[in-house]
Write a protein that binds this ligand. Structure first.
Ligand code: GTP
Ligand code: MG
Length: 451
């Protein structure tokens, strides 16, 4: 298990290094003018890639806490830390900005705990943006509630689930409830906290009851002389179970989680880079596609030998795909170009396969007339007729291929060898059944592209 985790980290590192070296031409000083605009546009993504790689090397796991105001988010982190480092209090909105604190519970793991303001504290888009950013950085999420879930709370939980990170639902302030109420609420939370109403209830390591800062209790003190007095006593926090669950997860799969998160961030950055590149180069790409369309029609139409024209057509498609990749500065090998062409041919709903079929037929007719033609004017017309029809179909094909290749480059650039998406899939296919990652697999699986 430990070896597997190391492998995952190494694969993630290799994938990120590869991505950074691909886009190296946009990061070096003295970029040629044709690339300088693009370099400016994708700067944030390239920085994100570098940061992600650094984070991977530093081996720090990030745990972020979320929830509505006054649920005891800061108190839960303090209880884990064993010290009152973060400010807590009865007023709503004690914590105003995200804040992180280092936690070293064992000597092996390095953890950064991130405290956040209540999800209902800061308003609207700012709130959503803040939550998204912190959630993106986190490797593990704690969602703190302190009783039955409200509508806003449920909404917040669903939104956070979209970050597709392992999430532990923390039921805090259990000291305020009698045992029976506590059990009822726990069972409700088990069901409500699940990914969706149809999903199985949360497992015991996905939901936990704590009392981070239990309210002081009045206790009866009886002295040896028979005197009785009442005193206020503050019970010790109860967070041992939460701590144990966190440590178990981190030992079992902490490094795989780290690797996976780095890859997810890399994938998002790379997709954004591809998107920006394609937008910027749109006009040039459009011209390129038309050029190839004309060129291909010409090759296919004029080539008198069946098979060779079809071959010529496919070669033109391949050349187009590679030229587009070059224009975009996107990574692609000859093998990948042919894989893309294959995928495009099959995913075009038979339209382009039809092109191959009719090309062969028309091509055969064309060859036959070419052989028989000699000086016969009638035959030459027949040749021209099938040639024109064939050229038209081929040209349409090239246009479709060009458009499809564009779409592929946007999504597909992370699916090559060592590409972020490829390695994500690899890691998910290897994780053990009892891991949180295994349970996340279904969710993450939905995000796998069509290519
Ligand atoms: N009874 C009881 N009170 C708690 C517990 N944990 C926290 N509290 C109290 O709840 C109040 C809010 O706690 P905080 O930790 O500040 O809550 P928060 O979620 O960080 O709140 P904001 O930063 O304002 O969003 C404080 O008065 C705490 O003393 C608990 O386990 N039991
Ligand atoms: Mg707080």
């Amino acid at each position: 298990m430990s070896n597997l985790q190391e492998t995952h980290l190494n694969r993630a590192r290799a994938s990120l290094r590869q991505a950074l070296s691909w886009y190296g031409y946009l990061r070096k000083p003295g970029i040629p003018p044709k690339n300088s605009e693009l370099a400016g546009l994708v700067k944030p993504e390239l920085e994100a890639l570098t940061n992600t790689l650094n984070k991977l090397d530093s081996n720090i796991i990030r745990i972020a806490v979320f929830g509505l105001v006054s649920r005891g988010k800061s108190a839960v982190l303090n209880a884990l830390l064993g010290q009152k480092i973060l400010q807590t209090g009865p007023l709503n909105g004690v914590t105003q900005y995200p804040r992180s604190v280092r936690w070293t519970p064992g000597d092996k793991v390095q953890i950064e705990l991130i405290d956040t303001p209540g999800l209902d504290e800061i308003q609207g888009e700012t709130r959503a943006q803040m939550a998204r950013e912190v959630a993106q950085q986190a490797d593990l999420i704690l969602f703190v509630v302190s009783g039955d879930i409200t509508r806003t709370e449920y909404q917040g939980l669903l939104e956070l689930r979209q970050a597709q990170k392992p999430l532990i639902l923390v039921f805090n302030k259990i000291d305020l409830y009698p045992d029976t109420d506590r059990e009822t609420i726990y069972r409700n939370l088990q069901q409500l906290g699940a990914a969706n109403p149809q999903a199985k209830p949360l497992k015991p390591d996905e939901i936990v009851m704590v009392a981070a800062e239990p309210a002081p209790m009045e206790v009866r003190v009886e002295f040896s002389d028979g005197n009785v007095s009442y005193e206020w006593e503050t019970p010790a926090p109860q967070v041992d179970e939460l701590k144990q669950i966190i440590l178990n997860i981190l030992n079992r799969e902490g490094r795989s989680l780290l690797a996976l998160n780095a890859l997810i961030q890399a994938r998002d950055a790379e997709e954004a880079i591809a998107q920006k590149t394609i937008d910027l180069r749109e006009k040039q790409a459009e011209e390129l596609i038309w050029q190839y369309t004309k060129y291909k029609s010409l090759v296919v139409g004029l080539n008198p030998i069946a098979f060779l024209d079809v071959l010529g057509g496919s070669l033109a498609d391949l050349a187009l795909i590679r030229s587009l990749a070059r224009l975009y500065g996107l990574p692609m090998t000859g093998y990948e170009a042919s894989q893309i062409l294959k995928t495009i041919l099959f995913s075009s709903g038979g339209l382009l396969l039809g092109e191959l079929g009719s090309s062969l037929l028309l091509g055969l007719g064309k060859s036959a007339t070419a052989i028989a033609s000699g000086e016969n004017p009638l035959n030459i017309t027949t040749f021209a007729g099938s040639a024109l029809a064939q050229a038209g179909i081929a040209g349409y094909g090239a246009y479709t291929v060009g458009k499809a290749a564009q779409a592929y480059l946007e999504k597909g650039c992370t699916w090559g060898q060592l590409g972020a998406s490829t390695v994500i899939q690899e890691i998910l296919s290897q994780v053990d059944q009892n891991t949180i990652l295994y349970r996340l697999r279904q969710e993450l699986g939905r995000n796998f592209g069509d290519f």
